[in-house]
Design a protein around this ligand. Structure first.
Ligand code: FUB
Length: 337
């Protein structure tokens, strides 16, 4: 979340709201397995897929904002699927309170498998000893947890990136293990950073390098396909400051140079934020996002009540990604061939 944070963001949302509210006479969302949103009994955000064998696990933040609250996120949830159509709810894997040094905000996360363990990286609000957002790391023997704080302290604090202009700069970790076995972590809001992780997975190894691509707002996601590295992220047009879209850059190496490739999606329905998570699963590629189109009882979707979605992701012959249209059918229909 970032929205030039908070106040400007709230204004943007409030200005956009009358339009969004008028549009809410759409038909009920599709019910075919694989249609969007994926989960309809809870508000979920910031999807992060992890493939383990024949199962895709999806880590999400739990949006618990009431009425006009902006964000109220206290825990992370995980779901799994073997067919992209039916999902198992494994419940919460961790709460912010499990990081004793953090005081709030179970924001975006990603889990990765390494050396037989599952490492979970997440943005939280640090306590007053290191004011601002921070990145936590937890570990488990199972993708469904239980996860425990792996370090007893933040992996990244706001004080470690002094160039940044705001306190929520160090959010939204994405982790990626390169072919040589080195794991990298990228993160950021307005500024994007990348650093190596030590083999112990709980310490930064060497310098933190700024890699901010055009229109970067937050939510970076690293992946590789063939010989090409991808940095996909939530982007914002600062002229209009309307809702985020997904943009991306590519590089021949994890260390760049990164070439901007433009927008991958439009905005998420009714949502200021959007957050990409990408995975290849059983031969097909998927782009997970969130929007704010879900209503549960008397609670409409909002900036702090989002719903995770998924679409097919396809590539051109040159490795660029084909623009993705967000749909209600989602992956209930086959990918275009
Ligand atoms: O969900 C809280 C924040 O909103 C995330 O950290 C951002 O990526 C945005 O989705």
């Amino acid at each position: 979340m970032s929205l030039a944070r908070l106040l400007p963001a709230a204004l943007c949302v409030l200005m956009a709201w009358p339009l969004a509210a008028q549009a809410r006479s759409d038909a009920a969302p599709g019910t075919a397995p694989g249609s969007n949103p994926l989960f309809r009994d809870k508000f979920t955000a910031d999807p992060a897929p992890l493939v383990v064998g024949d199962t895709l696990y999806l880590y999400v933040g739990h949006d618990q904002a009431q009425r006009d609250e902006m964000f109220n996120m206290r825990e992370w949830l995980v779901y799994s699927t073997t067919d992209m159509k039916t999902w198992t709810d494994h419940g919460p894997i961790m709460k912010v309170a499990d990081f004793t040094w953090a005081k709030a905000d179970a924001w975006a996360s990603q889990a990765i498998e390494k050396d037989g363990k599952f490492w979970f990286y997440a943005a939280v609000e640090h306590d007053d000893t290191h004011p601002g957002k921070a990145i936590a790391v937890a570990v488990s023997d199972s993708p469904t947890g239980p996860f425990v704080d792996a370090k007893g302290a933040a992996l990244v604090t706001n004080q470690m990136t002094p160039k940044g202009t705001h306190s929520w700069e160090d959010i939204d970790p994405t982790v990626f293990t390169d072919d040589d076995g080195t794991t990298w972590i990228a993160w950021g809001n307005r500024q994007a950073y990348i650093a190596r992780l030590k083999p112990n997975m709980v310490e930064i190894d060497g310098p933190i390098t700024e890699i901010t691509p055009p229109h970067f707002e937050e939510g970076p996601w690293l992946h590789k396909r063939g010989d090409l590295y991808y940095l996909t992220y939530a982007s914002l047009d600062r002229a209009t400051h309307r809702d985020e879209k997904i943009s991306y850059a590519t590089a021949p190496s994890i260390q760049g140079p990164w070439t901007y490739r433009g927008e991958l999606t439009g905005s998420g329905k009714y949502s200021f934020t959007i957050h990409a998570g990408i995975a290849e699963f059983k031969g097909d590629w998927y782009l997970f996002l969130h929007n704010a189109a879900l209503t549960i009882g008397d609670q409409n979707g909002s900036i702090g009540r989002r719903a995770v979605t998924v679409e097919h992701l396809q590539y051109n012959a040159d490795g660029t990604m084909k623009p993705v249209v967000q749909t209600e059918a989602g992956v209930s229909v086959p990918p275009p061939r």
